[in-house]
Design a protein around this ligand. Structure first.
Ligand SMILES: [Zn+2]
Length: 374
């Protein structure tokens, strides 16, 4: 059977997901007084502290979206393995397509590693059974996604015959169907397979990308200037910004982890914004310089973006673990929310940019050259 491997991985992932949420995730404290937490304790604690937006973002990226992803995969894979066609394939496949970027369990795993290093010399850390389930779960979900043949599922959807007046082809950016259309009707064209609006180029791509890049740059200032968390220990409150957290790790933790956080929290968001600005300017100035390399830059920026969320998850884990009353407690602060905004707005900015624009200028240069030398 074509889908049995993907189904096996998905069922295994779903069982591990239940275990990862039902059992203690990590314990932290002094011997004899260990506080046990679950995967969602961080979100609940931040919600209780009033950081509602932050708690919702964390719980969506680390629990809700991965759960929906697995349920939707199961919804498709069970009937497919039993030999009949599931209903609503386009709607379900489209939802899976859009959720892909926002499922961040792998980033959460990195955050766990960083948190344990940060807390190692403070008190005891006790890994719970849910932690082991969580680690294996990430591999199972990756296996399910890798063995899920999307093209084959899409090919089960019947597509009506193309418009006889069609004189142009547009590729659907969701299901990748090449749709022949009549260019007079391009404005209102929809994909016959998944009903996504078709565009020769994403509408107003440059303006929308610029608006979001500027928005992200504005948020970048408070994200770095304001503390991302407050640590209260024996009556003293200390506030940490992203940068002071990195310096702390450099002195008290380990330099590889400090480097990881530096990459994820400082270098990646800034580089991503710089790449987008460079691409926007290069398209505006009709540059024809190395289009393949510029497209690669864009793809790289899109791929690494979500890893910037690691520090936000670290805050949520520290908030969940370090609640030892007067001895020590950690609270999320506004900087974390602004930082979250930078990451999310930048992800949307990358989605709004149309990399095909890079190649358009090249076409024009070629046309100009060919008319000049004809
Ligand atoms: Zn489509």
């Amino acid at each position: 059977m074509a889908f049995d491997k993907a189904l096996a991985f998905t069922i295994a992932a779903l069982i591990l997901f239940v275990v990862a949420n039902a059992f203690p995730f990590m314990g932290f404290g002094l011997p004899g007084d260990i506080r046990h937490t679950t995967l969602v304790t961080g979100s609940i604690e931040m919600y209780r502290q009033g950081a509602i937006a932050l708690s919702l973002i964390v719980i969506f990226a680390s629990v809700v979206i991965p759960a929906l992803q697995m349920i939707l995969l199961l919804y498709l894979l069970v009937p497919l393995n039993l030999g009949y066609r599931p209903r609503e394939i386009p709607a379900v496949m489209k939802t899976l397509h859009y959720m892909g970027n926002w499922s961040m369990m792998d980033v959460f795993l990195l955050a766990i590693l960083v948190s344990t290093v940060k807390l190692a010399d403070m008190a005891h850390i006790v890994p719970g059974p849910a932690l082991f389930a969580f680690v294996v779960l990430i591999f199972m979900l990756a296996g399910a996604q890798a063995s899920f043949d999307e093209e084959r599922v899409w090919s089960m959807v019947k597509v009506p015959d193309p418009d006889p007046a069609a004189d142009e082809i547009i590729e659907c950016h969701v299901c990748h169907l090449a749709v022949p259309i009549d260019h007079h009707h391009e404005r209102h064209a929809h994909c016959p397979r998944c009903n996504t609006a078709l565009h020769y180029r994403k509408p107003d791509s440059l303006q929308r990308t610029w608006a979001m890049v500027i928005g992200a740059l504005i948020c970048y200032i408070p994200a770095n200037a304001l503390p991302i968390m407050h640590t209260t220990s024996l009556g003293n409150t200390q506030s940490d910004t992203i940068l002071s957290g990195i310096i702390y790790l450099l002195h008290h933790g380990s330099w590889p982890i400090a480097l990881v956080i530096f990459f994820a929290s400082v270098l990646i968001p800034l580089t991503k914004l710089l790449i987008l600005m460079y691409l926007l300017l290069s398209v505006k100035m009709r540059a024809s310089w190395r289009p393949r390399e510029r497209t690669r830059m864009y793809q790289l920026a899109e791929l690494v973006g979500k890893w910037s969320m690691v520090d936000v998850f670290v805050v949520s884990i520290l908030v969940s673990l370090v609640q030892m009353g007067n001895l020590a407690s950690i609270e999320a602060a506004h900087g974390a929310l602004f930082f979250c905004a930078v990451v999310i707005i930048t992800m949307f900015a990358a989605m709004a940019f149309d990399p095909r624009l890079i190649w358009d200028n090249l076409g024009e240069t070629n046309d100009r050259l060919s008319t000049r030398y004809a």
